[in-house]
Design a protein around this ligand. Structure first.
Ligand SMILES: [Fe+2]
Length: 414
């Protein structure tokens, strides 16, 4: 009996154990599968986190690039430099193949390609777009940013530019450049490098760059306006003095043109060209202190009169000496009657002791005096005046300057 009971109990226990075992296996399996799901979820979360970190690194990098580019952009007030730097910044920040800045011409209400980098620049910058025409025209008209992932299939795309420049525009990001809510142009980056696409994050950071470009352009425009006003004032002043002598009409303008032609041939820096222009305009400002009877006298001046006339160089320097911002032109005013051989006035400086700006104005001033009509003599023909300049090289004038001046005449710059 006891054995039979054991026999009957054993299978039941085994079955039970098997059931229990199956239950456990099933439970373990469920847990394993839950754990697996949880692990996959964690892996997904980690991947997303890694992407977010990469993205934030990319974003931080872009922000850093934007900060650096903005500083570079705002470190100049020269309009052309600002425009070029804006293009370089757009290309670099957006990691694009090329970029361009299109500005709106207020009179025609058209957009023109201000600058476009890359080897297609020469072709591209000759294009004009009507307001609303092309992707850039659309952005300018609506004042809103735009990304076009496939330009070739976008009806707004102006394919003429590609056709003429033999360039293939694949994708574009374009943002408006606004000054006080007014759209003055658009900034474009074309063909994202590395096969990537322009993103909404790109729009935000590109718009920030465009805002910086707008500030820099506006500052440069304001400076140009102030400078323009300043030059006009200087010209009016020179004109007023010139009018006291009825025989020198237009002298200042011509001296300025000749001086700048020499400066250009010498490849002077733009800041030096500005000084030269002002010095040429105001070179005889000191004549304000010379009596009319001397200024208008057509006969030869006597010694006392000549001495008074010579004072105009010192008086000009003194007048301008009161304006700190104009100190750069004083050498031009003070020394434009000095001679290479040291026999000029007011100080008898010679050779390299005479500032370049003064030596340039001297050539321009004398050439105009020789070729202008005077009541006491006829004007010299250009060729004869040039021969006279050459004759006086080494005594009155700097030979190199006379050479570049005559070259400027020969190539039609004057
Ligand atoms: Fe003079």
């Amino acid at each position: 009996m006891a054995t039979g009971e054991r026999r009957s109990k054993a299978p039941r226990n085994v079955e039970e154990e098997i059931r229990n075992y199956k239950k456990k296996v099933s439970e373990v399996s469920r847990r394993a599968s839950r754990l697996n799901r949880s692990l996959k979820q964690k892996e997904r979360e980690i991947r997303e986190l890694q992407k977010a970190i990469e993205k934030s690194h990319e974003w931080e990098k872009q922000l850093l690039t934007l900060t650096v580019l903005s500083r570079i952009l705002n470190s100049t007030l020269e309009h052309r430099t600002v425009r070029r730097r804006a293009m370089q910044a757009a290309t670099e920040l957006m990691k694009a193949e090329v970029g361009s800045l299109l500005l709106i011409d207020e009179e025609s209400n058209r957009l023109y390609f201000e600058v476009a980098l890359g080897d297609k620049e020469e072709t591209v910058k000759t294009f004009h777009l009507e307001m609303g025409e092309g992707i850039a025209g659309w952005v300018a008209k609506h004042g809103e940013p735009l990304i076009v992932h496939d330009t070739q299939s976008d009806p707004r795309f102006f394919s003429e530019v590609d056709r003429k420049s033999k360039f293939t525009t694949k994708n574009v990001i374009c943002v408006p450049v606004k000054v006080k809510e007014k759209t003055i142009g658009v900034l474009e980056a074309i063909n994202k490098l590395g096969g990537e696409a322009f993103s909404e994050d790109d729009v935000a950071i590109f718009q920030s760059l465009a805002d910086q470009v707008a500030v820099a352009l506006d500052n440069a425009r304001l400076l140009a306006e102030i400078e323009g006003l300043f030059f006009q004032t200087a010209e009016s002043l020179a004109d007023a003095i010139e009018k006291r002598d009825p025989y020198t009409g237009g002298h200042t303008k011509r001296v300025t043109t000749y001086s700048l032609a020499i400066g250009e041939q010498l490849n002077l820096e733009s800041s030096d060209m500005r000084w030269l222009k002002l010095a040429a305009i105001l070179h005889d400002i000191g004549k304000i202190g010379v009596e009319d009877r001397i200024l208008r006298k057509t006969d030869k001046l006597d010694e006392e009169e000549y001495n008074q006339m010579k004072q105009h160089t010192l008086m000009g320097a003194e007048i301008i000496g009161h304006i700190k911002q104009l100190h750069g032109i004083i050498p031009g005013l003070k020394y434009h009657h000095e001679k290479i051989d040291g026999k000029g006035y007011p100080e008898g400086l010679a050779d390299d002791n005479i500032p370049l700006i003064a030596k340039i104005v001297a050539v321009a001033d004398t050439f105009d005096a020789m070729t202008s009509d005077r009541p006491y003599r006829k004007p010299l023909e250009k060729e004869k005046a040039c021969a006279e300049l050459r004759r006086c090289c080494g005594t009155q004038f700097d030979r190199a300057l006379v050479d570049v001046f005559i070259k400027a005449i020969e190539i039609g710059k004057i």
